[in-house]
Design a protein around this ligand. Structure first.
Ligand code: SF4
Ligand code: SF4
Length: 238
């Protein structure tokens, strides 16, 4: 219904499925029928995605967004024909860039996994409205995107502080927290989408969830060492 509905993940999925190019057609800027002006969101997402493509070695010209009215059939045909020919000239995805197919698959999968994180971190810019085309290239810079990926934040539960209250596990949107009663909680790093909800959810008196920027995450506590022995219970057992 709206170009603003085209998520960054949809574009990456198209490339992951082997598409050589992705075209997004939106209504003319400032002619949106709704207050949302979704075409500006689509434009910002495309500008971000182009930088991400550069970061992983793909030619950003494989992605194009154009704005036109539904009455401009001839313009649409011309643009599509031009884009199709241009993408043909770039060659097959990955092959044109000299990237091994398995390597490309792994780079795209790595980036796709970070989409929720990228959207949270770049939320403000993604919601901005660029009035002048000369500002498009400045919205996201190469250095900024390289830094974004070199400083990716990971979340870690400190086993010394976790009190197994289970609050974080209930709030995690993707069930990435291994949770059980009286067991130190552990984040499954493969499932975690880095939304940061667990940091907010962990009661300040425990403060067990920490953010790690760019560095490695300590290995999880082995399963047989996760049981928390409460002081009262310890006495009873003795
Ligand atoms: S950051 Fe925390 S809440 Fe968000 S997905 Fe990862 S473990 Fe779950
Ligand atoms: S909210 Fe904090 S204390 Fe409670 S289980 Fe999660 S990490 Fe542990």
């Amino acid at each position: 219904m709206c170009s603003g509905r085209v998520d960054l993940e949809f574009v990456l999925r198209a490339f992951s499925n082997g598409m050589d190019g992705v075209f997004i057609g939106g209504c003319r800027l400032n002619e949106c029928n709704y207050i949302t002006h979704g075409n500006y969101h689509a434009l910002n997402m495309v500008l971000l995605c182009k930088r991400i493509m550069e970061h992983i070695g793909l030619n950003p010209e494989r992605l194009r967004i154009e704005f036109m009215s539904s009455a401009e059939g001839i313009l649409f045909a011309e643009v599509m024909s031009d884009f199709g020919n241009h993408v043909k000239g770039l060659g097959a995805l990955g092959k044109g860039e000299g990237i091994d197919p398995n390597e490309l698959k792994s780079r795209l999968a790595g980036i796709t996994k970070l989409v929720p994180y990228i959207k949270v971190v770049k939320n403000e810019k993604l919601a901005s409205r660029l009035e002048h085309p000369e500002d498009y290239d400045k919205l996201f810079t190469k250095d900024e995107i390289d830094k974004l990926f070199s400083e990716v934040i990971s979340y870690y539960i400190d086993p010394e502080k976790c009190q197994a209250c289970m609050t974080c596990a209930k709030r995690c949107p993707v069930e990435a927290i291994i949770s059980a009663k009286n067991q130190v909680h552990v984040i499954d790093q493969d499932k975690c989408i880095k939304c940061g909800t667990c940091v907010e959810a962990c009661p300040p008196r425990f403060g067990a969830v920490t953010r790690i920027s760019g560095g490695p995450v300590p290995p999880p506590l082995p399963e047989d060492k996760r049981t928390i022995v409460r002081k009262g219970k310890e006495k009873k057992e003795n």
